[in-house]
Design a protein around this ligand. Structure first.
Ligand code: GAP
Length: 454
């Protein structure tokens, strides 16, 4: 008998699992798909929702120095002039004279086309913002842009949020929403697409305190990923050199993740100084200063911005959770997702399809649905059903057998250890609740403190 061959996670496996199990599909698939656009299926939408909820909980709900916002995607065109995006949000583009494919010249290793070897045009700057028209007339005057970052919605609402929430510095405004960039080169699945979702927070601080707040937010954000199970050795910090800095940034660190294609940016943490508030104050003519009641001073706050991608986080969580184990002469594929990220928290599995087990199993399914997203599966052998749940990261399976009808107990099986325990049905919900919160459970990495820059 040959041993099953275990291989490391690669992008192909992740794409295939996501397609097969309903996490992520190519957009408009029945028409052949649309380049680098993706649709989140029944499981993907739950994963994404859980990532956003974990972020919102950590960034807004559990803090007393934060408020939320949901600003519109279409904004006044002057926003993008003031923010510098109209002028500066561009990548250098070259085109192959032979096959006409386009490339980012700053990412090219030699001077010929990577696809066909043809000669390339001179490099020119290409603005990444998508344009559209407001109203029925397609005129220059009616151009609006799809926002390339959610951050500007926060800056233009700084005074609104400050005055209505009565927060004092330091405080932050958080927002989750879609952003659009007409990227020259996309790829690596959902890593770089033209439509994606951001989780951004702008933290407004007193001048002189920005250095310590920058360090604070770098640590907080690293710990968020680690607390949600990302392996510490797959995270690193990368400081932007002067020539890498975005046009608005004074200082920027990337949190990089070791994706299957190599180290790449997962989240950026920038010190934006007071660039944005000053620009919008000058452009709109509105005062955007902060008045400090204690010192009776007016000043422009400085801004620290942790900016994460929902899609890129989803990809990192999926890659990090993917595992293969020998299972007799087969391979057990397990997504070791943190319980709070798992799309389905528990699967209800009646041992047999016999009528006698159905009423109790359906009742348990209905009861648990009040608390969490749970699944129900009574097709094929119990072993196969466990494997199906392992592959989508379901932390617990609840098996109902004939004994359950007599002793009113069911079996809980843990995904990671495959350990099984028997619990009374009346304690099932509370047992699952404590296990889902991380008590009496497998080993979870708890946000390490030793982070190396590199
Ligand atoms: N407001 C600052 C800002 O937008 P960024 O580094 O350009 O900074 C922040 O973007 C995050 O948004 C990235 O770290 C990444 O997670 C996500 N992101 C940016 N462009 C993306 C794209 N084309 N596809 C998917 N995610 C993207």
């Amino acid at each position: 008998m040959t041993e099953p061959k275990l291989t490391k996670v690669d992008m192909e496996k992740i794409v295939s699992l996501c397609r097969r199990r309903g996490f992520i599909f190519p957009s408009s698939e029945i028409y052949g798909g649309l380049s680098s656009c993706w649709d989140y299926g029944p499981l993907g939408v739950e994963l994404k929702r859980n990532i956003k909820e974990s972020w919102w909980r950590a960034m807004v709900q559990e803090r007393d120095d934060m408020v939320g916002l949901d600003s519109s995607i279409l904004m006044h065109p002057q926003v993008w002039e003031a923010s510098g995006h109209l002028k500066g949000f561009s990548d250098p583009l070259v085109e192959c004279k032979q096959c006409h494919r386009r490339w980012r010249s700053d990412e090219m290793k030699d001077s010929s086309c990577p696809s066909c070897g043809g000669g390339l045009t001179e490099s020119r700057m290409f603005n990444l913002m998508f344009k559209t028209f407001m109203g029925p007339v397609e005129e220059e005057a009616d151009i609006v842009y799809l926002r390339p970052e959610t951050a500007q919605g926060i800056f233009v609402n700084f005074e609104n949020a400050l005055n209505t929430s009565r927060k004092r510095l330091p405080f932050g405004i958080a927002q989750i929403g879609k952003a659009f960039r007409n990227e020259i080169t996309t790829g690596n699945f959902i890593f770089r697409s033209r439509e994606f979702e951001q989780m951004e927070m702008e933290y407004f601080v007193k001048p002189g305190t920005d250095g310590e707040w920058f360090d604070y937010w770098v640590k907080e954000r690293l710990n968020w990923y680690a607390n949600l199970g990302i392996k510490k050795e797959n995270l690193r910090l990368h400081q932007h050199a002067k020539d890498e800095l975005a046009h608005y940034a004074v200082k920027c660190y990337d949190i990089d993740y070791l994706f299957p294609m190599g180290w790449a940016e997962l989240e950026g943490i920038a010190n934006r100084g007071n660039f944005d508030l000053i620009q919008h104050a000058n452009s709109s003519g509105k005062n955007m200063d902060y008045f400090d009641e204690e010192t009776k001073e007016h000043f422009s706050p400085l801004i620290i911005e942790p900016s994460a991608g929902v899609d890129r986080s989803a990809l990192a969580f999926l890659c990090d959770a993917y595992d293969e184990e020998p299972d007799k002469d087969e391979i057990r594929v397990v997504l070791r997702l943190h319980p709070s990220l798992a799309p389905i928290k528990a699967a209800i599995l009646p041992l047999s399809r016999k009528e006698t087990l159905a009423p109790l199993s359906k009742q348990i399914y209905a009861d648990l649905r009040q608390c969490w997203m749970v699944g129900y599966d009574d097709a094929q052998s119990i072993g196969r059903r466990y494997r199906r749940q392992d592959e989508i990261g379901t932390p617990f399976c609840v098996t109902i057998d004939f004994q359950s009808l007599e002793d009113e107990q069911v079996t809980i099986r843990e995904r990671d250890t495959m350990r099984q325990i028997r619990v009374p049905i009346k304690e099932l919900q509370s047992t699952l609740a404590s296990k889902l919160s991380g008590e009496d459970l497998f080993i979870l990495p708890l946000g390490g403190k030793i982070w190396k820059e590199g």
